[in-house]
Each structure stands twice: as C-alpha cells, then as structure tokens.
Write a protein that binds this ligand. Structure first.
Ligand SMILES: C[S@@+](CC[C@H](N)C(=O)[O-])C[C@H]1O[C@@H](n2cnc3c(N)ncnc32)[C@H](O)[C@@H]1O
Length: 311
C-alpha cells in the first residue's frame, strides 16, 4: 500500500484493498473507522475495465471482505456499500448473486442490516438493451442499492443532520396552524395538531433521485487538461454528503477502500472529517487529485506535479 497523496484531512493510497489487513496501514486504523463508505466493483455479466467479477466468484470475493471490514469499525461505526443489480448473461432474468453476496457479507461479518437505501438515476441509459430496447420485454433498470450495516444495533446516526427543506405545502401548513384531522384510508387517526411542529426541515426518505449527468465539475476539467481517464462510475457527491453527515461527526474517520475518483475523500475533506481512500488503478488516483486544493504529492506515484494544475 503506497501513500499517493495527502491533504489536510486525509491520504489516498495506491494498492489492493483486499490485502489491507496485511499492511502497516491496517495497524493504524483497525477499530478506528467511523464510516466505511464504498462502491465496490459490481457483479456484472460483462466485465468492465476494472476487474468486476461475475457469478459465484463475485459472491466469494465480496463476502471475503466482510471480516476485515467489520474489524476496522469502531463499535458504533457503520458500513455503507453501494451495490448494483445484475443480470444473467444472455437471459432476460436477474442474477441473485448480489443479494446472496450481501447476505453472506452480513453473516460473515456478524453485522446488522440497519436500512436499505435506493439511488434512482432517471438519466440511466436503458439496459439490459436486448430485453429493454430490442425485445421490449423488460423495463429500464435504473437504480442501485446502498446497504447500511453496523456491528451495533444503534450505530451513531442522527437524521436531524440531514433534514431536507420543507415543501411549499408544508410551509403553508405550518403557517396556517390547522390540519385536516380525521381518519385516513390507511386507518391512521390524524389529530388537529399532528405534524404542526416546525422541526426546521423534513425527515428525508431512503430514496435518492439524482441524475448523474453533470459534466463540468473541476474534476472533469482537471482530467481533461492533464489527459487522465475520467472515472466512468462516479458517485454523486450529494449521496456521499448525506451519509457522512448522517453517520459521523467532524474529525471522525471515513474510509473508502474502492475509491475510484475519490468522491468520498473529497466530500469528507469538505465536511472536516478525516479520510483514507484506497484505489488500485494509478490513473484514477492521478485524476482524483483534481478534487483537492493543492494535495501533497508523494514521490511514490512517480510523477512531477505542476501545482498550477491543481484546483
Ligand atoms: C465503482 S468504482 C468506485 C467509484 C467511486 N465511488 C467514485 O465516486 O469515483 C470501484 C473502484 O474500485 C477499484 N478497485 C477494484 N478492485 C480494487 C481493489 N482490490 N483494491 C482497490 N481498488 C479496487 C476500481 O479500480 C474502481 O475504480
């Protein structure tokens, strides 16, 4: 594991995250991580360029990470893992491997499943193309799961830190001060003063609807300017921000072992959390520096950096 660059709050390492427990870094962070947030390579019928596995190999690979990941956590720490859906090659049916991998991961790490979140991306291109576009016998697959897990039944979490702005109708209601009381079709009884307390915002749901179509971030500009490959599977910053605020306090430690373009490190940095990221593709590491103001580039990654190129 080689430290590639450092910032005020974190370090990005170049190396293989599956070997983390055999490194000196492991000794520094075992039992100290407040949030492990990551998108590992998905189980895919068709291999992507960064080594996704398929079938039973994926289940074995993914669940083998569980023991070391859970040993990294503080007792009240959390793991949040993004997982996509998978389809069986050549057939219009979904693969069960991602679900089986998740269940194995939970069992082997002795973890609780705190809650499931969904990231719905309305801008996702229709797929699997053969069944959706050509034969028209399935609909567009447009979401991924984010599975929140922990060792404790009540890991550190506070939804007051992630409140959303009230809708206009809620603001009107708060101003009016009266509510349409009575029985609802759901058989809930709503009192006259129910829901009339102003809590400074609405409690968010476990569904994010975010189109990942932004094209002009400083990260992309930096990659273009320096000729680095742009990461093809970047996480929206809003989702990372949600989980870091919801599940950690300032100065807590956030780890992303499959960090890609290092969205996690950059958001953690902006929120004053400590962070550690690991990525095995040097080119993604080089590009990810563009997310930070003047990162300290360590000689280990063997490239002279012109400070003027760093945002
Ligand atoms: C889905 S991407 C993560 C994208 C990231 N969330 C972002 O916003 O850019 C998964 C990343 O894991 C990296 N990766 C795959 N296997 C790895 C390993 N064994 N150790 C470290 N990184 C790995 C891949 O190169 C890829 O960049």
């Amino acid at each position: 594991m080689i430290a590639a660059y450092k910032t005020n709050h974190g370090t990005c390492y170049y190396g293989d995250a599956t070997l983390l427990d055999k490194t000196t870094l492991w000794k520094e962070i075992e039992g100290k991580v407040d949030l492990l947030f990551t998108s590992p390579p998905f189980a895919l019928a068709r291999q992507k360029e960064y080594g996704n596995l398929s079938g039973e190999d994926y289940v074995k690979w993914f669940s083998s990470l569980s023991d070391s990941f859970s040993r990294l956590l503080k007792p009240a720490g959390s793991i949040v893992i993004e997982m996509g859906n998978a389809w069986i090659k050549g057939k219009p049916v979904m693969a069960t491997q991602p679900l089986r991998a998740l269940i194995e991961f939970i069992n082997q790490g002795d973890l609780h499943l705190c809650q499931q979140f969904i990231w719905h991306n309305p801008a996702r291109l229709p797929s699997p193309a053969q069944w959706v576009n050509v034969e028209r016998i399935r609909v567009k697959d447009s979401f991924t799961h984010l599975w929140w897990m922990s060792k404790a039944l009540k890991p550190k979490a506070d939804n007051r830190r992630v409140l959303k702005d009230y809708s206009q109708s809620m603001l009107d209601l708060l101003e009016r001060g009266t509510y349409n009381a009575g029985a609802r079709p759901s058989e809930h009884q709503i009192g006259e003063t129910s829901f009339l307390t102003n809590n400074s915002g609405a409690i968010p749901s476990n569904v994010f609807t975010i189109s990942n179509t932004r094209s002009s971030s400083p990260y992309l500009t930096y990659c273009e300017r320096n000729g680095y490959k742009k990461h093809p599977a970047r996480m929206p910053t809003e989702i990372v921000e949600f989980f870091i605020k919801f599940l950690t306090d300032p100065n807590d430690l956030v780890l992303d072992p499959f960090s890609g373009s290092n969205t996690t490190g950059a958001v953690a940095e902006s929120l004053g959390r400590s962070w550690i990221s690991i990525e095995q593709e040097l080119e993604y590491i080089l590009g990810s520096r563009g997310r930070f103001e003047k990162p300290t580039n360590l000689e280990a990654i063997g490239e002279e950096i012109n400070d003027e190129n760093i945002f």
